[in-house]
Ligand binder design. Sequence first.
Ligand code: ZN
Length: 355
Amino acid sequence: MNILVFAFIPLILSLGIIPALQSEFIPSVDAIKAKGNSMTEINSNKVCGDRLCSEISDNKITSPHVVTKSQKALFPSSMDYTVTGPEIDPDKGYAVIEIGDGLYWLTDGMYQVMFLATGQGVILVDAPMGMGTKIQQAISEVTSEKVTHFIYSHIHKDHVGSASLLPKDTVYISHSDTAEHLIMKNDPQRPVPTVTFDDNYTLNVGDQRLELSYIGDFHSKGDIVVNSPAHKVIMAVDFFHPKAAPFQYFGITRDMGEHIAAHDKLLSMDWDIIVSGHEPILGTPEHLKFNKEFTLSVLDNAYTAMKTTKPSANYFGDLANKCAELTVEQYPDLKDIEVSPVENCVTMVFYAMID
Ligand SMILES: [Zn+2]
């Protein structure tokens, strides 16, 4: 990102557009529209191995009846895992928690996985590379059911690099952009998805239902939201860190406009808990609202830096440093605020000025 940003400096300086950009109005978040998805569906009714595909019956993927389970109280334990993370058994290296009726959260303290026991097999969302065989070990602690369906939250290997360790007849599901990327990568650790979708997909297995949706690439490529309406739990990975500052470059987001817009899209959905993919805790709508406020504050700080910083040979660097200084002053107690404020401001300044 640094290389990309600084590569633009001579161009911007030579075009003399800095003063114009400094005074240009930055569109409000509400005005940022989702670009939508342009990809076409790939083999939506086929099961594919790394090379070959075969037709599957719809019944295997979608049962004809949707049975919504009555919602039980979240967290059988008295501990509220949206405040404090579970204790990680040092021998096992993970904790597996039942969020609600048949819906489980698995974490090693750094990465997060969600799985759903359906009565007819387990639906698993993500399989981080570092968790390997511990994932199926954890699942076997709470159910005798095997994994029958795997959902890719997005393309990144650190979250899905153990997907190949699942039973051979597992049905792999993803957004069509994820499938296209994984076909291109031909990575044995990330089997090519066998069922894909562009906008929405409902997965009914046994007596459970998950609704998958695409709301734009808020982080990388093929980012999807996995929603269990019966539990009021969603999973959106690498979008934000509950109660913490963003990972550098706003989670290395590819499109800051989509990233910002995704806050309101997620907040418009009906849920109580979000599995974010990272942090020791689960997230809440309040965490996401705070993250939106933080993100827009950084945008304001980038704007302020553009108004108050004089052009120089290190103009972008000066802008990012000023933006970071303002941000750290505003949020001195936020977890990880000091880790990468400049990197986050580089992304925001770049977005504010020329995206
Ligand atoms: Zn990622």
